[in-house]
Design a protein around this ligand. Structure first.
Ligand SMILES: [Mg+2]
Length: 216
């Protein structure tokens, strides 16, 4: 089994360890992933149907009742990260909220994305006013988030759309405040939630206020 990714030293990536720390996801948090991936698939003559909270099971050939083979879906997904993820629309209010939060906290972007996405993703973040240190991860995010949070003196906050990532952080580092944010309005009613365990806030302005309270 691959060894879990080691957390980089925050001081090496320019994050002040004396301040609170925000660990923020990209897809469906800072960017409208499903919308961007859907457009990418349409350009390839495919359809992305947002009728369940799934990924590969939502890709269809037009008119088909059965979704595309999972392996083919995965290939398009990897291609999106290689060629298409630089065109994603930022989540309304996300960059502005982060900018305000960065006045009182360090920000690290923690994204589960294939390696070839690094450059396109970093450029996309920079182009949209979110030029914060970027860490690519695979698998559960808990161990890496724990490794980052352990280096800070202040509070740490973790924001993600996916329950498995939030659960993983709850397990590895329960002291980290956790927020679930689902950026795409079409996904909100479909996305599983555990509001008793992870605070669910889908509006960035409201989320910013809640994070400010959490790090106060
Ligand atoms: Mg995400």
């Amino acid at each position: 089994m691959a060894e879990p990714l080691r957390a980089p030293r925050l001081s090496d990536i320019g994050v002040d360890t004396a301040r609170p720390l925000l660990i923020v996801d990209v897809d469906e948090v800072l960017g409208l992933f499903m919308e961007g991936f859907g457009r990418f698939l349409e350009d390839r003559g495919l359809e992305f149907r947002v009728d369940k909270f799934a990924l590969f099971q939502n890709i269809y050939r037009p008119g088909d009742a059965e979704h595309l083979e999972i392996d083919q879906g995965r290939k398009h997904y990897e291609d999106f990260f290689r060629y298409g993820c630089g065109d994603m629309t930022p989540t309304p209010g996300g960059a502005q909220a982060l900018r305000r939060l960065s006045e009182r906290a360090g920000v690290v972007i923690l994204t589960n994305a294939p390696g070839p996405a690094r450059l396109a993703r970093a450029r996309w973040l920079g182009r949209h006013g979110m030029d914060y240190p970027l860490i690519l991860n695979t698998g559960p995010k808990g161990p890496l988030a724990a490794g980052l949070a352990s280096q800070t003196a202040g509070r740490a906050v973790f924001i993600d759309d996916l329950i498995p990532n939030l659960d993983s952080v709850a397990e590895s580092a329960p002291a980290i405040s956790r927020f679930q944010h689902v950026a795409d309005p079409r996904l909100r009613p479909l996305a599983p939630a555990k509001p008793d365990l992870h605070t669910r806030i889908d509006d960035w302005e409201e989320l910013r206020a809640a994070i400010e309270d959490a790090i106060a």
